[in-house]
Design a binder for this molecule. Structure first.
Ligand code: FE2
Length: 256
């Protein structure tokens, strides 16, 4: 058998190039065993992924501590970060728990357009929930000054945006345009990386996973920079914890 032709046939039968490389180092004097046909995959649907254990109701939301010392982020002061965490984020958590408790006693039959207690509480629940979670993502992706982007994430950013610098340019554009959230997300609807820009807390993209979250509410920078977004963005991008962003990316891909 012509060596190249035989190699191509083995590869077609499912043998990996690595396996063939190993095989080529084995005792050359013996006859090469006839390749076995790989077993057919089992018929039927793909086995389901492990199921999420559903809870009967949301647990009381707990405050998550800052994952870094608030005085340790160059360009974002201790006062700013402490205020942001202990007041803005903590209020979202507190209000989420209050709203959910109030909803338990609110009558959906009395819901209506314009205003109703039930409808207002449901809108407030979405806003407080998103605010609490997005703040946790935001604080979680700060504190990594100088850390490199993982090869896998770097390749994905390059394929989608051209380069990490091009991603930053687009996120900065979104940041200048909104007073809400700017989120690099893995969009499962399109199987792509997308930048999501929101006004307020209640919006966002469904069926997408947050990878890199940027808070553009004034409370995220006004203590240090007044109304100037540019210097805040400089500080933010210098302090992105790319290892954490890469971990989120890897985890999202692993979930399928
Ligand atoms: Fe915030």
């Amino acid at each position: 058998m012509n060596d190249d032709l035989g190699r191509r046939r083995l590869l077609n039968l499912g043998f990996s190039a690595a396996a063939l490389a190993l095989a080529s180092c084995a005792a050359p004097a013996e006859a090469e065993p006839a390749p076995k046909t790989p077993a057919a995959p089992p018929r039927g649907p793909t086995p389901p992924a492990p199921k999420l254990a559903l809870a009967a109701a949301p647990a009381e939301k707990q405050l998550v501590a800052l994952p870094f010392a608030p005085g340790s982020i160059p360009g974002l002061s201790e006062k700013l970060l402490t205020n942001h965490h202990d007041k803005n984020y903590a209020t979202a958590v507190k209000k989420l728990n209050e709203v959910r408790a109030a909803l338990a006693a609110s009558d959906p039959d009395k819901a209506a357009g314009y205003w109703s207690e039930f409808g207002t509480l449901k809108a407030s629940e979405a806003a407080a929930r998103n605010s609490a979670l997005l703040h946790e993502f935001y604080f979680g992706n700060l504190g990594g000054a100088g850390a490199p982007i993982s090869p896998a994430l770097g390749a994905a950013l390059g394929a989608r945006f051209g380069s990490p610098a091009a991603l930053e340019k687009q996120m900065r554009g979104c940041a200048q345009a909104t007073n809400g959230w700017v989120v690099l997300a893995l969009d499962r609807a399109s199987s792509t990386l997308e930048i999501v820009q929101t006004e307020g807390h209640a919006g966002g993209a469904w069926n997408a996973e947050s990878l890199l979250v940027l808070d553009m509410f004034e409370h995220a920078y006004a203590i240090d920079y007044g109304p100037a977004k540019g210097p805040y963005l400089d500080a933010f991008f210098k302090n992105v914890h790319w290892a954490e962003v890469g971990r989120r990316f890897d985890a999202a891909l692993a979930r399928g």
